[in-house]
Write a protein that binds this ligand. Structure first.
Ligand SMILES: Nc1ncnc2c1ncn2[C@@H]1O[C@H](COP(=O)(O)OP(=O)(O)OP(=O)(O)O)[C@@H](O)[C@H]1O
Length: 256
């Protein structure tokens, strides 16, 4: 039950510049790891036009955010329990009308976020890739942003572009960074320092308060991740002892 003194959830947007870097993998397994730590977690699939959290979690929702947006179903009816002990609000795939930031999407999205906020300890917003207006709007609803990047130069260039746009368009001066698919221990921190140096050189001179990258961890490139995705299971459940699962648990500890 919600009371006026109830604590509101911390809202974390999980985003990336480039697609396919592991945002959904991180969102699902971070949610499971936070749930194991006792947090009440909800993941909202905010990749409204091309959602795939349902695929990763092996869920086939009959009622999605789409139905909540149209008023056909309630939020409660659309909220599902995922295998990792957390709740999910899934979006339908191929909904072109929700891939753009129309006034309807804007209003419905904030309404949904405001309604779920008092009910959980943590809400993860799994956004689409890139810097579209829907992505930037979704990120603007969050208390903190977690950028997922891989060591590939294209991913880093796009992560930098995202951070630059967030600095320019929102009053955000701190972004958290997780490096996924790291090839060697220490690569994540080195990448953070490299990105911070570029931000200090090209972004921060124009800002009163400098943009800071808060490094929260690295997840190694690990074949167990692909296996778990193919089995449509959470890595934390299929391969709890894998290096990547342990990194996800460490990431949850850092984010908690
Ligand atoms: N740490 C890792 N080690 C090995 N493979 C990984 C790792 N993380 C992700 N992958 C692979 O990358 C694929 C893409 O991951 P995911 O779907 O989570 O990316 P995404 O950023 O959410 O993509 P999109 O931009 O399309 O939403 C996974 O299916 C998995 O095979």
């Amino acid at each position: 039950m919600t009371t006026s003194t109830a604590k509101a959830a911390r809202i974390t947007a999980i985003t990336s510049g480039k697609g396919g870097v592991g945002k959904t993998f991180v969102a699902a397994n971070l949610a499971a790891a936070l749930a194991r730590r006792g947090e009440r977690v909800l993941v909202l699939d905010a990749d409204l036009g091309l959602a795939n959290l349902d695929v990763v979690l092996n869920l086939a929702p009959k009622i999605t955010l789409h139905h909540v947006f149209t008023g056909e179903h309630t939020l409660e009816e659309a909220t599902l329990q995922a295998p990792g002990g957390f709740a999910v609000l899934l979006a339908g795939s191929g909904m072109v009308e929700y891939s753009r930031l129309t006034p309807e999407v804007r209003d419905r999205l904030i309404e949904v976020v405001e309604t779920i906020k008092p009910r959980y300890d943590r809400v993860l917003l799994d956004t689409g890739a890139g810097i579209s207006d829907v992505v930037l709007y979704t990120v603007s609803l969050a208390d903190e942003v977690l950028v997922v990047a891989t060591p590939e130069p294209t991913s880093l260039t796009d992560a930098y572009a995202t951070i630059k746009v967030l600095a320019a368009t929102q009053e955000r001066r701190s972004v958290r960074l997780v490096v996924n698919q790291a090839g060697r221990p220490g690569e994540g921190r080195a990448i953070r320092n490299q990105l911070q140096a570029v931000i200090d050189r090209y972004v921060n001179p124009g800002l009163d308060t400098p943009m800071q990258l808060d490094f929260v961890g690295e997840v190694p490139s690990d074949t167990s991740v692909r296996d778990a995705v193919l089995r449509r299971e959470l890595l934390l459940e299929s391969y709890p002892g894998s290096a990547a699962a342990q990194a996800m648990a460490a990431l949850a500890a850092k984010m908690a």
